[in-house]
Ligand binder design. Structure first.
Ligand code: A2P
Length: 308
């Protein structure tokens, strides 16, 4: 799997990673087994979050992968976790990372991300978040605490998720350590052209979640896997629609996270590196009408600052 250098960390990030968010949560044993299979198949980049319930099974899978010899050490893996909204308060950031590391049984993360650009009342670990529990984020205090986590060596890099251009610009204005990554929804039906340009200009890598539209989840949509243009291209190329989506995101020089707990689909999703699109196919994808997946935070009207 091709990799990118990750600014300031000295570590490389595989450009295709394995997502572990499930809704409702899969039992820990199911998640652990899927992750072990993924390591065996060749995935080396794993994405979790304190809100996903997958930190513990991921940690157990890593220990087992080392003990049965699938990998020699944890250092061969790239592990990301995320700060939940109710911990997005200056003094709660470090304790939250320490809990994540405990769950994962790791000494360090490769990447620690702010999960959403909003805070919630401390102690309320709920998803979706009730409207009355939202609090605007003190970006200065939270980002300073994220920087401390990196300075302490508990994470190699820090970044954000679901940040608009405007919010990235705000953070860049005072950050001592700029965010290495912005993780956002991206697929052929939500192409993020403006955000990609902004991130490119500012040396921030973009990671795409929901490359297949995450159908069936509260943040997902059927529109990607049911898109006729993508279906047509898939048929013409002898690929699956999922592969068309993953390859397209990959070609945009964005890191892709894809979730499948089915070993055949895990293999299929990795099989995107030795073919590419024609100019005509790229134009067809470019012209797909755009719409975002279902935003779990629709009650907050300024998450995306009106950007499309
Ligand atoms: P499953 O785990 O049963 O494979 P996203 O990555 O956009 O969040 O989408 C994840 C969803 O897409 C999951 O429901 C997953 O189901 C399904 N999925 C993953 N890979 C494929 C594939 N190659 N073909 C069809 N569905 C897939």
């Amino acid at each position: 799997i091709p990799e990118y250098d990750l600014k300031s960390s000295g570590k490389k990030i595989p450009r295709l990673g394995f997502g572990t968010a499930t809704f409702p949560f899969e039992p820990a044993e199911v998640t652990k087994k899927a992750i072990l299979q993924a390591i065996e198949i060749g995935y080396r980049h794993f994405d979790t979050a304190s809100m996903y319930g997958s930190e513990q099974p991921l940690g157990e899978a890593i220990i087992e992968a080392v003990s049965v010899g699938l990998i020699e050490s944890r250092d061969e893996l790239f592990i990301t976790s995320k700060l939940w909204c109710s911990d997005a308060h200056g003094e709660l950031v470090l304790p939250s990372l320490q809990r994540s590391l405990q769950n994962l049984k790791l000494e360090y993360l490769d990447l620690f991300l702010i999960h959403w650009p909003i805070s919630a009342i401390p102690g309320t670990y709920e998803f979706p978040i009730k409207e009355e529990d939202f609090i605007p984020m003190d970006f200065n205090a939270v980002w300073a605490a994220m920087e401390e986590c990196q300075t302490l060596g508990l994470t190699k890099s820090i970044g954000v998720c679901n940040f608009s251009c405007k919010k990235l610009a705000d953070i860049l204005a005072f950050a001592k350590i700029p965010p290495a990554i912005n993780q956002v929804e991206m697929n052929p039906v939500w192409q993020q052209k403006k955000l990609r340009e902004f991130c490119n200009d500012h040396g921030i890598l973009l990671t795409a979640y929901s490359p297949l539209g995450a159908k069936g989840t509260p943040w997902g949509t059927n529109k990607v896997m049911e898109n006729e243009v993508l279906n047509e291209i898939a048929k013409a190329k002898g690929k699956t629609l999922a592969q068309i989506c993953i390859r397209w995101v990959y070609e945009q020089e964005v890191i892709v996270l894809v979730k499948s707990f089915n070993s055949e689909r895990m293999k299929q999703n990795l099989d995107i590196f030795d073919w590419s699109f024609s100019e005509e196919e790229l134009e067809m994808i470019n012209a797909i009408p755009q719409s975002r997946g279902s935003d779990p935070f629709t009650t907050i009207d300024n998450i995306w600052d009106g950007e499309i």
